[in-house]
Design a protein around this ligand. Structure first.
Ligand code: HEM
Ligand code: HEM
Length: 156
């Protein structure tokens, strides 16, 4: 069960990156009039996938070893000094929650939009920022100590 969720959590990263890039292109390319139809739908699609990964992330964070290790073996000062512990316990969740918050704000703005062009510009910046923060928070394989595979099998 846990391996499957971790595989899904890892796989959804690709979907999120693709949808973010697609949405950034769409909000910049489409004319103001087509906004209501397309951008709201794709911002909702992105939001749902982001929230699913948020939920899986919380599950992983609170049910598995991580917070336990934190409480049983280390003090907060130790964690902040140790780069791999700091990454998993602090940096990854913070960056991802921030990125998902920006995606959520973009969707709320899309829903409430009165001026399509203005909203699209704002959404574009929110998505670009969300993408940069997400890419910075992913444990890419080339990152020392914290590196994880690009693709993880769903059944292990
Ligand atoms: C940790 C779990 C989650 C948190 C903290 C969370 C948080 C939020 C927040 C703050 C909003 C914005 C509400 C607004 O419109 O003002 C929202 C909306 C939404 N979330 Fe989540 N969410 C979570 C999990 C999920 C999951 C698992 C799904 C779907 C499978 C989901 C689907 C949605 C949808 C569809 C909307 C609203 C879309 C709309 O109003 O157009 N969320 N969520
Ligand atoms: C949507 C944004 C997110 C993306 C793209 C993402 C991406 C990833 C990736 C690629 C991994 C490595 C998976 C592997 O080992 O193959 C990972 C692991 C992990 N993520 Fe996320 N994550 C996101 C959000 C979150 C959030 C919000 C939390 C916690 C609140 C979280 C907690 C974790 C934990 C605890 C692990 C390690 C699990 C373990 O090794 O047992 N993630 N994440």
């Amino acid at each position: 069960m846990y391996a499957g969720l971790l595989g899904l959590h890892s796989l959804l990263r690709w979907l999120l990156i693709i949808l973010l890039v697609k949405n950034i292109i769409c909000v910049n390319v489409q004319s103001g009039e087509r906004f209501a139809k397309n951008d709201k739908k794709s911002s909702l699609r992105l939001l749902i996938i982001a929230h699913i990964n948020l939920l899986i992330g919380f599950y992983q964070y609170f049910t598995v070893k991580l917070p336990k290790v934190m409480m049983e073996h280390f003090t907060m000062a130790d964690i902040m000094k140790t780069s791999n512990l700091r990454f998993w316990l602090v940096e990854h969740p913070t960056m991802m929650i921030l990125s998902i918050t920006l995606i959520t704000i973009a969707h709320i703005k899309a829903k409430k939009s009165v001026n399509a062009l203005k909203t699209q510009r704002l959404m574009s910046w929110l998505y670009i920022l969300a993408l940069i923060i997400m890419i910075a928070g992913i444990p890419w394989p080339f990152r020392e100590e914290i590196g994880r595979p690009l693709f993880r099998g769903l059944y292990q």
